[in-house]
Design a protein around this ligand. Structure first.
Ligand code: SAH
Ligand code: SF4
Ligand code: F3S
Length: 440
């Protein structure tokens, strides 16, 4: 507590007020959302409240992503825009955290171009954010900070990191470099945490990891973990992401089929439908194995909602190889997919592969997939019209609310509800990427 009090004192002097406001912006994936909630828990202890208005903030923090060049460009532009804010009040504290600033070259670039940034804390050091923040403000080293509670952005929604880092080294991907090696978290600690948050009202438990299927701690695997969480008393849904197809197996499907609380949504990124490209991506499964796994899962779990990620324009991808991805999408009929144009990342294996596809061609390929998937998604969604769906309210706007079904389908509802409410709806129509429902 001494530590907290001394930090508070320093911040009071710096910001010239008793209560402080923080503006937090999260880029990238759910792992970053989870990291931001940890940081927010710490800032709350120091007396911060949170604002969406960057102009009134004492502390501005970006949780950054490095997965594609476009993401980095956008974030760097946002950082550049902070210059004037800092000019208007030099006491404002600017912190840049997360994956992007794990890269030495980017860190140097920020230090050089944006000297008004006060503090940089990369993704691998997020667990030590309190100690590093303390060192920044006091100049002193702190060995171990007290246990900091996570501050959930939405009380009903809980991110539960079960694995940090990644060992897969897909040839295009920077994540293993910026997040470090894969490490499974303590089995009992995860279970205790889940029990606590479910008791406190969390209704959606999302287990997080770059490859949740490879969870392994003291002889307990991912299936064991799911079965134990499933036994906890309460009304909740278990989601997880991401599943890597190479480790997604029949044993896990059999487990999922028997869970009481499984959401029914599976995100299983395939990346490409062509075996040569999959090999060069270092994904360690074939198109045929992927299809077989999906068939088995669909056979065992009815109404399974399957989504995926696709990369087009991987170095050397011919038009015929691209067409294999198209035919896979048409065959599997995912509920939805995230599409990306391949982005070369410094330090990855693919960075040195010959990238000879023109930008226009990459855009043509992604546009083709978007169009095909749009029709598939529409057909998938129209199948819900006339049925009843239980949803949880995520956003409450004037006259309409945005909700999500257990299996991750977005439903727009007329009328006002409370965030976190569970509502029974009847689906009256379907749009391109969501459903329209009414309360029953
Ligand atoms: N661990 C997850 C994905 C993490 S990154 C998995 O293995 O599926 C999320 C998605 O970003 C990936 O699935 C991939 O489709 C995309 N992605 C990663 N690196 C990329 C790159 N260099 N260029 C384009 N898309 C990329
Ligand atoms: Fe990246 Fe592959 Fe790891 Fe996913 S599994 S984070 S795509 S290296
Ligand atoms: Fe981006 Fe880091 Fe996630 S690179 S996608 S925020 S793990």
């Amino acid at each position: 507590m001494d530590v907290i009090n001394s930090l508070r004192k320093i911040l009071k002097t710096r910001f010239k007020r008793e209560h402080f406001l923080a503006y937090i912006k999260v880029f990238g994936c759910q792992q970053n959302e989870a990291d931001a909630e940890k940081i927010c828990g710490f800032l709350k202890l120091l007396g911060f409240n949170f604002t969406d208005n960057i102009l009134v903030a004492d502390l501005i923090l970006f949780e950054t992503c490095a997965v594609r060049h476009t993401a980095e460009e956008k974030i760097l532009a946002h950082i550049g825009n902070l210059k004037n804010i800092k000019k208007s009040n030099n006491n404002i504290f600017i912190a840049i955290c997360g994956c992007m600033v794990e890269q030495e070259n980017i860190k140097n670039y920020i230090n050089e171009k944006f000297p008004f940034v006060d503090f940089i804390c990369g993704a691998k050091s997020i667990e030590n954010f309190p100690e590093l923040f303390y060192k920044k403000l006091t100049g002193e080293k702190l060995n171990n900070f007290c246990n900091v509670p996570v501050l959930q952005k939405n009380k009903f929604n809980a991110w539960v990191p079960i694995i940090s880092g990644c060992n897969n080294f897909c040839s295009y991907c920077i994540v293993p470099y910026v997040r470090g090696p894969e490490k499974s978290k303590d089995y009992n600690q995860i279970l205790d945490y889940c029990k606590k948050i479910i008791k406190n009202g969390s209704k959606i438990i999302t287990l997080l990891g770059q490859n949740v299927n490879s969870y392994f701690y003291n002889n307990f695997n991912f299936s064991d973990l799911l079965k134990e969480i499933d036994k906890i008393d309460g009304e909740f849904t278990i989601r997880f992401m991401t599943s890597h197809p190479k480790d997604f197996n029949k044993n896990l499907v059999d487990t999922l089929a028997n869970l009481k609380h499984f959401s029914g949504h599976l995100h299983l990124p395939v990346q490409s439908g062509n075996n040569r490209i999959l090999k060069f991506m270092n994904r360690k499964y074939t198109r045929e194995e992927y299809i077989e796994k999906i068939n088995y899962a669909r056979e065992k779990i009815k109404n399974l909602v399957i989504t995926s990620d696709i990369i087009v324009g991987f170095p050397g991808e011919t038009n015929l190889e691209f067409e294999d991805t198209v035919s896979l999408i048409q065959k599997i009929k995912f509920a939805s997919i995230f599409n990306f144009i391949y982005s070369p990342r410094v330090g990855t294996a693919a960075f040195n592969m010959q990238d000879n596809i023109s930008h226009d061609e990459k855009v043509r390929r992604i546009s083709k997939i978007i169009k095909i998937q749009e029709e598939i998604s529409q057909e998938f969604l129209s199948g819900f019209v006339g049925t009843n769906l239980k949803v949880i309210i995520e956003e409450d706007h004037v006259n309409k609310s945005i909700a999500r079904s257990k299996s991750n389908i977005i439903v727009e509802l007329k009328g006002s509800f409370n965030v976190g409410d569970i509502v029974n709806t009847k689906i009256i129509s379907s749009k391109r990427s969501y459903l329209i429902g009414k309360k029953v």
